[in-house]
Design a protein around this ligand. Structure first.
Ligand code: FE2
Length: 596
């Protein structure tokens, strides 16, 4: 049985394929090399068919996609799939939130769970055919308009092969948007763009300064669910967001150091998001009690809020798969096909790890290496040990191993890694490789057995989706991964799921006494994470990374690199920014200390 899941409209399109019981997935951005690509995922489908040994799209028995209604009221997903792929078999479509829910539950380790989906916008309500089907919040509104509304937050109850909807809320133009759009609107307002929510989250802890906080609730809780009053799609029209929330504050215009007002906005919206999600999760628990919460949708990437949900609701365990945002929609579609349509055994496709991309053979790696000038490479007997020694010497490494990760986080298969013990490492990494905003934190990977020793966390966080406090007596040991508020976005690493990446951290721990490394995604700002060894080499040769590890091979540059960002950096300017930032951070640190 071969089942294909597709996400074909919107952003972060992609595909997932189940063939003979094996599950693989890839995002289109990884193969077409355009960040957040919204192209029809032809390249992803080709990639997966080849990786699974299928010769033809019509070897696929079932395709599951997400509904998208045209102006004529017809679902255009099926036609699009047939036209673009030449597929003639069975096609089934589900709503965007159904796909998120399937990705959250069927990938989870739970036999039963409550499921929460929160994102910007999902599918329209066209599947509602009679007034009797209208959800609570839409009753009383003109029925003919209702079909244009879009999913914004959904609750489900899941057990075995069943996922049952228990509540769904829709946007209503001029009135309701959910917390996802408020957060996205904030990102646009702060000049971080549609996909800058992570930057807002990273900026927020600098805010909360006494006397400066912004008292804006952003949302109202109606019947246990959060709704923000605003215009539909107000994130596209910054003036609407501004008019609604900050009429006297102009949108932030350019990349510069965050100053008090915008930092306080980030802090206020993050706080409102956390409180709102806690309320929503408590409401879900009241109407569908369970020890287990599965959670998906773009808001599920807010790792700070995720930990607060876990700490402040009756749910005892939380599962969020690594593609919680739309990069996991295709995964949800394929799991819906396998469990709900094909009735495969419950739990069969529980996610063991995030590595759903294909692996690359030694021949492919050597072919890519042969095409690059000015490098030397050698095969190592124990590449984890060699790499750990280089890290301990302060080197910055690219690390490429096995199949790529689903979702936006690099989890040790397509990562850039370095020593977290050096306070200056964050600035060095930014100046030489990543070129991203200095206020954003870098994350740690830690062996699971050491997590509680270093962090205030006593559960697994394999997908880097939980924030935890760095233990006070350990902060001086890992300054490069400790954020300004003393937290870190933790990835726990086990031998069973992570193989060589586990060995690398263990060896680094043996050498240094600190079983923690700094892990950031293998890309430079504005580019997707690398997929092939060739992509990794290209990125290596355009940055000042010191070494690159591809499987057993250690690669070093022997001649000049063609730096993409290097030559345009004005070192004096960089130094000035660095000094200003240090002064500014120092000021905040001392204020924070004074406040506690
Ligand atoms: Fe979504």
């Amino acid at each position: 049985m071969n089942i294909l899941g597709l996400h074909i409209f919107g952003h972060d399109t992609g595909a997932a394929l189940i063939s003979e019981g094996k599950l693989m997935a890839i995002g289109e951005e990884r193969v077409d090399r355009r960040k957040h690509s919204g192209s029809f995922p032809v390249l992803s489908v080709t990639y997966l068919l080849k990786a699974m040994g299928l010769k033809n799209i019509n070897d696929v028995d079932l395709v599951v996609g997400v509904t998208r209604y045209g102006k004529d009221g017809r679902d255009k997903t099926g036609d699009s799939i047939r036209e673009k792929l030449g597929y003639s078999g069975r096609i089934h479509t589900i709503s965007h939130h159904e796909a998120h829910a399937a990705s959250a539950f069927f990938a989870s380790p739970f036999d039963e769970a409550a499921v929460m989906v929160v994102d910007g916008l999902g599918s329209s309500a066209l599947e509602i055919e009679t007034e009797k089907q209208l959800p609570f919040m839409l009753r009383g509104l003109p029925f003919k308009d209702v079909k244009n509304y879009e999913e914004v937050q959904s609750f489900y109850r899941a057990r075995g092969n069943e996922i049952t909807g228990i509540r769904k809320d829709y946007t209503v133009p001029g009135y309701m948007n959910g917390i996802g759009l408020v957060y996205m609107g904030t990102s646009v307002f702060l000049n971080f763009g549609d996909f800058g929510s992570g930057k807002v989250m990273g900026l927020a802890p600098y805010g909360g300064q006494p006397g400066k906080t912004i008292d804006e609730p952003f949302v109202e809780i109606v019947d246990g669910v959060a709704l923000a009053s605003s215009e539909k799609n107000f994130v596209r029209h910054n003036d609407l967001y501004r008019k609604r929330f900050f009429p006297n504050i102009p949108p932030r215009q350019q990349e510069k150091l965050p100053d008090d007002v915008y930092t306080e906005i980030a802090y206020a919206v993050q706080t409102a998001t956390e409180n709102t999600l806690i309320e929503m999760a408590r409401h879900l628990y009241r109407i569908s009690p369970s020890k287990n919460l599965c959670y998906a949708g773009g808001v599920g990437l807010n790792s700070v809020a995720n930990k607060k949900i876990l700490d402040n609701t009756p749910f005892e365990r939380i599962f969020i798969q690594p593609g919680a945002c739309d990069s996991g929609i295709a995964l949800g579609c394929v799991l819906h096909g396998a469990h709900i349509i094909h009735r495969e055994p419950p739990g069969k496709y529980r996610l063991r790890n995030a590595y759903l991309g294909r692996t690359y053979s030694e021949e492919e790696i050597l072919a890519d290496l042969a095409g690059v000038k000015n490098i030397s490479f050698r095969k190592e007997r124990d590449v984890a040990l060699t790499a750990a020694q280089l890290l301990a010497q302060g080197k910055i490494l690219g690390w490429f191993e096995g199949g790529s990760e689903i979702g936006p986080r690099a989890l040790g298969h397509r990562s850039i890694i370095c020593d977290p013990r050096k306070p200056e490492m964050k600035d060095t990494l930014n100046a030489r490789v990543k070129h991203r905003e200095g206020f954003r934190p870098f994350a740690p990977s830690v062996l699971l057995e050491n997590v509680s020793e270093y962090f205030d966390l006593d559960c697994e966080s394999p997908y880097m989706l939980l924030i935890a406090d760095v233990k006070e007596d350990k902060r001086h040991l890992v300054p490069a991964i400790t954020h300004i508020d003393g937290t870190a976005r933790v990835q726990t690493v086990t031998r069973e799921d992570n193989g060589r990446y586990y060995d690398l951290i263990r060896e680094f721990g043996r050498i240094t006494g600190v079983p923690v490394i700094l892990n950031t995604s293998y890309n430079i700002a504005g580019e997707p994470i690398v997929e092939t060894p060739g992509d990794a080499l290209k990125c290596f040769m355009s940055t000042e990374m010191d070494y690159l590890v591809v499987e057993d091979y250690l690669i070093e540059a022997t001649g000049p690199k063609e730096l993409v960002h290097g030559p345009v950096i004005d070192e004096n300017k960089l130094k000035a920014v660095d000094i200003r930032q240090k002064q500014w951070l120092g000021k905040l640190f001392s204020k924070k200390k004074g406040a506690t």
